[in-house]
Write a protein that binds this ligand. Structure first.
Ligand code: PMP
Ligand code: GLN
Length: 397
């Protein structure tokens, strides 16, 4: 018998292994666990969306879309940005429809970063950022978000030290996955000041733009700050706004001179994105306000259900001002049951308690920094959250 061939993975992608989301959802399914790991809603999504996409298919919108995206959707994204974050954008020259926010992030990095360019990244980070920077040949410079009272934030001097003569971009994510931090105007202004000083572009991942829960901490786009529009790429998608994560319709909004680089990469990574789903997304952005509001209210209610239950079990919960996620420090729980470390605890919870969560060390360069936390997604149906709480109480209570 011949040995099976060894996996071949290009050197630049070798460090990243299999993404933690695929790993944990697979494990959850194998063990019949309630899946509070990967951030996706477990409901069918709005009917308005199903009808709009089906109508587009039946009307024959089934061939390649134009490279930058269907004109109707680019116009809808422009109006959405104007209403939501106060940013004016030209649908023809400044908006590109991509394969989810993930596609926008990849096209941005590959299209705008040269080998050796430095990119400032806040950790914990969404895992594709690191891989995108590596695929572009860039070098990440990390700034760590740590608890300051009830929320995670950065140390201004660490941020300043991360910027230097080779810095080309900073990746900003607000509302922030996984900490739930919604950056304040003051925090964004500190980042913006460094961008202006060092002539750096801001890549602003705003996929959770509508998922905020505290009227005192509204979502602000860094693009809306003075001098930032011309140096910012705003990235978002319909996945989180309308509970349609499987559609993978996203966008990058950027001044024409940066859109040039994004489209240069996008044309060869994807060329164009699913036509009828773009048509459906346009309808949602134009007419889905009520659906979006309902989703936020539901997720807020699920947060209010899960947070006290986790606290009562001994997790130190950091109250998220936005996103789908609760970051909780697990030391008290893990010491009680003798399962130390986030990876070990998540594995134990999935296989023994049958509730899956994400080990956040996957989002840190310094794994030890992340290993004291665990991330729970609450973007689920009430029955799902109730069942998760019941199982956690049975296993840990
Ligand atoms: N950025 C962040 C911060 C995310 O949490 C996610 C996961 N949805 C994405 C980007 C990817 O978004 P999409 O599914 O639209 O590709
Ligand atoms: N954004 C989602 C999360 O953080 C999942 C995205 C993915 O599966 N790639 O859980």
């Amino acid at each position: 018998m011949t040995d099976a061939p060894q996996n071949r993975i290009a050197e630049r992608l070798r460090p990243f292994g299999t993404t933690v989301f695929a790993e944990m959802t697979t494990l959850a399914n194998e063990h019949g666990a309630v899946n509070l790991s990967q951030g996706f809603p477990d409901d069918p999504g709005p009917e308005l969306a199903h009808d709009a996409a089906a109508r587009a298919m039946r009307a024959g919108h089934n061939q390649y879309a134009p490279l930058p995206g269907v004109p109707e959707l680019r116009r809808s994204v422009a109006a959405w940005c104007k209403r939501g974050i106060g940013v004016d954008a030209d649908p023809d020259r400044e908006i590109t429809i991509t394969n989810g926010a993930t596609g926008a992030l990849a096209s941005t990095m590959i299209g705008l970063i040269d080998p050796g360019d430095e990119v400032v990244v806040f950790e914990p980070y969404y895992d594709s950022y690191r891989a995108d920077i590596a695929m572009a040949g860039g070098i990440p410079r990390f700034v760590t978000l740590r608890p300051h009272g009830e929320r995670f934030s950065f140390d201004p001097s660490q941020l300043r030290n991360a910027f230097g003569p080779k810095t080309r971009a900073v990746l900003v994510n607000t509302p922030h996955n996984p900490t739930g931090t919604v950056y304040s105007r003051d925090e964004l202004e500190q980042i913006a000041a460094l961008c202006r000083e060092h002539d750096v572009i801001a890549v602003s991942d705003e996929v959770y733009e509508r998922l905020t829960f505290d009227p005192d901490q509204p979502h602000i786009s860094i693009a809306s700050l003075p001098g930032m529009r011309e140096r910012t790429i705003v990235i978002s998608s319909i996945g989180k706004i309308f509970s349609l994560t499987g559609w993978k319709i996203g966008w990058a909004v950027a001044p024409a001179h940066l859109t040039a680089g994004i489209r240069a990469a996008h044309q060869f990574l994807a060329y164009a994105i699913a036509t009828p789903l773009q048509q459906g997304a346009a309808v949602m952005l134009d007419m889905g306000e009520e659906q979006a509001r309902r989703i936020v209210a539901h997720d807020h209610a699920m947060l209010e259900k899960l947070r006290p239950a986790l606290s009562n079990l001994g997790f130190r919960v950091y109250d998220p001002a936005g996103t789908y996620f609760i970051m909780a420090e697990h030391t008290q729980v893990s010491e009680r049951i003798g399962v130390l470390g986030d990876v070990e605890l998540c594995r134990w919870l999935t296989t023994e308690a049958r509730v899956a969560a994400i080990p956040p060390s996957a989002f840190y360069e310094d794994k030890a920094e992340g290993s004291r936390y665990i991330r729970f997604a609450f973007c689920k149906r009430a029955e799902t959250i109730d069942e998760a709480i019941r199982r956690l109480r049975a296993a840990l209570g």
